[in-house]
Design a protein around this ligand. Structure first.
Ligand SMILES: O=C(O)[C@H]1O[C@H](OP(=O)(O)OP(=O)(O)OC[C@H]2O[C@@H](n3ccc(=O)[nH]c3=O)[C@H](O)[C@@H]2O)[C@H](O)[C@@H](O)[C@H]1O
Length: 432
């Protein structure tokens, strides 16, 4: 006779010995209970493991934030102060956000050159090759512009910067750019163009004295507007992309800060800016790369086979518009978060006033590169693009003295020259 103990335990691990009904139920119950407790113990173990992993991660994260932060300290503050030092009578000290970006680099160089103090901030994100941003940073460093590596969403960093320097102006160019990428990564637009903007404005409104703010809006706010050329008074309530919607939101948000806190605000609607040190995600840049590499380029075409057109604007003209905006920006009236009276709120188009079709842009590039493009013409996908842009710049001309002087042919020649030299092509043989 097997003992009770023997009856309850399977003879071979994993197997049941069903002698009769009662024993089998007993054994099953015991087995089930045993496996449930094992499962429970395993689950407990896994939960504990996950919890310790998560707290370790958060420790690492906070460690990164607080112990390896790339800002702070006496030496850092000295670099910030030196960079903000003004070297002309009545000069400005300007905080340039997105300073390692395309427009940010050019504006910083121009301001520094005329004797203004400039401190840059840039998060060096990977939207496009950060090595280009690092190269721009080196260029700026060589001219005495210090760039802080940080995000405009970092309120502590901004507060510190305003603590160290009484900035007279903020040139806010940090943004998530690109019209079509908004479908791939919508949150990045909210993060930079909405949340980042609010964090920056909070810092500006709390500063004492408050700086005047000039910031980059976009021609894309005109969206489905069909009235041409686009005037600042035209409708901007029909954006065609999330990018455009966040820029439109930025115009509303900056208006609020102007209204409540007396911040002086100037919004600049840039029209498809291009030139040396430009953005690799933009059509003129990626077309150049592909043409030189013998790869096909995709040219979008609008409804009824109408070519798309843009009011392409050369970077040097945009820089003049930015500097003119800083020069004419009235003062903010508030301080420490309190408004003392009305302050200026302005919006200007900065375009070239002569739209060019995308196929014409490609022909100009072909001429400068002396290489034929492999054109792949497709119907414009529903990706946020608008069929054309065309700026009316009378306001900017009147109030900022803005007068674009570079046509697309001339501007692309300068871009191609830079592109070939930057990428190490043999310039003498390739550029006319
Ligand atoms: O003014 C602005 O507010 C915006 O300008 C710029 O946007 P866009 O005018 O769309 O420039 P960009 O991408 O160079 O496309 C140019 C043309 O090429 C067409 N295009 C584009 C890519 C392609 O592969 N094929 C093509 O035909 C395309 O359909 C378009 O017709 C900035 O990127 C943006 O950040 C914002 O600042």
């Amino acid at each position: 006779m097997p003992s009770l103990q023997e009856e309850l335990l399977p003879s071979t691990p994993g197997k049941f010995k069903i002698d009769h009904r009662g024993h089998a139920v007993n054994r099953q119950f015991h087995r089930c209970f045993a496996s449930t407790s094992t499962l429970f113990l395993w689950a407990l173990f896994l939960v504990a493991l996950t919890a310790s992993y998560l707290s370790f991660q958060s420790f690492i994260d906070s460690g990164n934030r607080y112990f390896t932060a790339s800002w702070g300290g006496i030496q850092w503050e000295k670099r910030v102060r030196d960079s903000a030092q003004v070297h002309r009578p009545d000069g400005f000290s300007v905080l340039v956000t997105g300073a390692a970006g395309f427009v940010g680099t050019h504006v910083s160089l121009a301001l520094k050159k005329r004797g203004d103090g400039v401190v840059g901030i840039d998060n060096f994100n990977t939207y496009y090759d950060p090595s280009l941003k690092k190269a721009r940073k080196s260029l700026l460093q060589g001219r005495g512009v210090f760039i802080v590596e940080g995000d405009v969403n970092d309120a502590r960093l901004l507060a510190k910067l305003f603590d160290v320097v009484a900035f007279t102006h903020v040139m806010h160019l940090a943004a998530q750019a690109g019209v079509r990428y908004a479908m791939e990564n919508p949150q990045s637009y909210v993060h930079s163009n909405v949340a980042g903007l609010v964090t920056l404005l909070e810092a500006c409104k709390s500063a004492n004295p408050q700086p005047a703010v000039v910031w980059a809006s976009s021609s894309s706010v005109y969206g489905l507007n069909e009235k041409s050329p686009f005037s600042e008074a035209d409708r901007t309530d029909r954006p065609a992309s999330l990018y455009a919607a966040t820029k439109k939101a930025g115009e509303a948000i900056t208006h609020t800060y102007n209204h409540i806190y007396g911040l002086s605000v100037t919004g600049l609607r840039f029209f498809t800016v291009y030139g040396p040190w430009g953005r690799p995600d933009m059509a003129y840049f990626s077309f150049t790369r592909n043409i030189l590499q013998g790869k096909p380029i995709t040219i979008y075409r609008g409804k009824n086979q109408v070519d798309l057109a843009r009011d392409f604007t050369y970077i040097d003209d945009i820089v003049k518009g930015c500097v003119g905006s800083l020069d004419t920006a009235g003062k903010s009236t508030g301080s420490g978060g309190k408004k003392a009276g009305p302050a200026p709120y302005r919006v200007f188009n900065l375009g070239n006033t002569s739209p060019v079709t995308v196929p014409t842009l490609v022909s100009i590039l072909e001429r400068h590169l002396k290489v034929k493009a492999k054109r792949n013409v497709v119907d414009m996908p529903g990706n946020g693009d608008v069929p054309f842009t065309h700026a009316n710049i009378s306001s900017a001309r009147r109030e900022l003295g803005y007068k674009p002087t570079t046509d697309l042919q001339t501007g692309l020649k300068k871009f191609v020259k830079w592109y070939l030299s930057y990428h190490g092509y043999n310039r003498g043989n390739n550029v006319n």
